[in-house]
Design a protein around this ligand. Structure first.
Ligand code: PMP
Length: 448
């Protein structure tokens, strides 16, 4: 066997270069808010495996439920018969839906597959082809999901053509409208809806448009919660034209923003709701939820997948839903979120850092800090770009790297200078403070 100390190099030799990594080393264990590497190094995890292990690593109830399920049946294929964990999971999810009309489910493995499923459903149900997505959106790496992804060119460089029939409008994110962070939501919303209106009369007519897909909190594109009035506007345009509204809550769902789903805050009812990531706390599982009245129109056999709705993943997800309720997770999200926002706002208001920090935003424990940059995309043409800035490209990456050196995993996001905070939703007050202290030291060292 390869010596433990040589495993990292073995990985470099034999794992595709197409994958990138933010740390060196080999992870062997995870426990709560920490992961452990082969060399014994312990890291405070503010990434949750990209917003997945919302209840911390190896939550005892979730791991036990999965282990128990392994002794009953592992693979009870969904086209052979219903299996019990699949149905128990629906029973537990129904009361968490943002609207009672969302009552028809199917489960798959990944967020990307859920997006593919939603696109297929929307086309089949409307008999129309085109899909509208948001600038800055991330929906996954399969071909359909990549086609509606508009956050970074790296995902599709050199692999086009993607799925045809995709159009996009700006999200109500100030960057995308050449406005400062202080731009009011009402202005951003109006501009985005105006562009949608134009799009529907200039590029894809309503009778050719099957669906609008939106992340209620723009995720990889910069961690921007959609204003309520924007989601209401999308709903109303969809209603007017018989277009389906798909809410991709793969990252923002499952308690991340302090509600089961972020869209709940707006009262807007999507036609199709997508979930994954936190749903099973690390076991591969995604969900596509719609209305029975709609899904009854789908032909039996038109959807499927060998591993779709795997029994172990569903059993784990049942335990996740139970733990959320029994352990009062939402209250912890609110409390830790207040602390995190207070800390980041104080840092932003610090006179010595003020010119380096542009924005603090997010909801619950899906929070971002954006650093100023004179080299952000579009900055040269943006009249609001601060003049005489000394901050060069890469500040967010430099800060994240410092945090890693100091024992905390932290991710960046989007093409802008953004770091994102996605700690476990049950993180202790002590670990939140520890993470904040590491972050503050890192920012000061990078600025110095
Ligand atoms: N949608 C959103 C909003 C996401 O954040 C992601 C993953 N970051 C996906 C879809 C794709 O999910 P997966 O990586 O599981 O395919």
């Amino acid at each position: 066997a390869i010596a433990p100390a040589a495993l990292n190099d073995f990985g470099k030799q034999h794992v595709t270069n197409g994958l990138g990594r933010i740390t060196e080393g080999v992870i062997t264990k995870g426990n709560g808010s920490y992961v452990e590497y082969l060399d014994g190094k312990k890291m405070l995890d503010f990434t949750c495996g990209i917003g997945v292990t919302n209840l911390g690593h190896c939550h005892p109830k979730v791991s036990k439920a999965a282990a128990d399920q392994c002794m009953n049946i592992v693979h009870a294929q969904c086209s052979i018969a219903f299996h019990e964990p699949y149905l128990r999971l629906i029973e537990k999810l129904l009361p968490a839906m943002p609207h009672p009309s969302l009552d028809s489910f199917f489960f798959w493995n990944s967020g990307s597959e859920a997006v593919e499923g939603a696109i297929k459903m929307a086309r089949a149900l409307t008999g129309r082809q085109n899909i509208i997505s948001m600038q800055g959106a991330y929906h996954g790496r399969t071909f359909g999901a990549m086609a509606v992804t508009k956050s970074k060119t790296i995902y599709s460089d050199g692999v086009a053509p993607l799925m045809p029939g995709v159009f996009s409008i700006p999200f109500p994110f100030w960057h995308q409208h050449g406005l400062p962070p202080s731009a009011p939501d009402s202005v951003l919303t109006l501009q985005s809806l105006y562009q949608l209106d134009l799009l529907l009369s200039q590029q894809t007519s309503p009778q050719d448009t099957a669906a609008i897909i939106v992340e209620p909190v723009l995720g990889e594109g910069g961690y921007v919660p959609a204003p309520k009035e924007f989601l209401e506007g999308l709903r109303s345009i969809c209603d007017q034209h018989g277009i389906l509204l798909i809410a991709d809550e793969v990252q923002s769902g499952f308690g991340r923003t302090g509600n089961w789903f972020f869209i709940e805050e707006s009262g807007v009812k999507p036609d199709i709701l997508l979930m994954a990531k936190g749903l099973a706390n690390g076991f591969p599982l995604s969900g596509v939820v719609s209305r029975k009245e709609l899904t009854d129109k789908l032909k039996p056999g038109s959807l499927g997948g060998t591993y779709a709705g795997n029994a172990v993943s569903c059993a784990a997800a049942c335990a996740v839903a139970d733990a959320f309720r029994e352990e009062n997770i939402m209250a912890n999200v609110q409390a830790r979120s207040r602390e995190l926002f207070a800390f980041l706002t104080e840092l932003k208001d610090d006179q010595t850092l003020a010119s380096y920090i542009l924005d603090v935003r997010g909801r619950g424990l899906m929070v971002a800090m954006e650093f100023a940059s004179s080299e952000a995309p579009g900055a040269a043409f943006d009249p609001t770009t601060p003049k005489g800035l000394t901050v060069k490209k890469g500040m967010a990456s430099r800060v994240a790297k410092k945090c890693i050196e100091k024992g905390m995993l932290l991710l960046t996001t989007s093409v802008y200078e953004v770091v994102r905070f996605i700690p476990p939703l049950n993180i202790s007050q002590e670990d939140m403070k520890k993470g904040c202290d590491i972050f503050a030291q890192s920012v000061r060292e990078v600025v110095r």
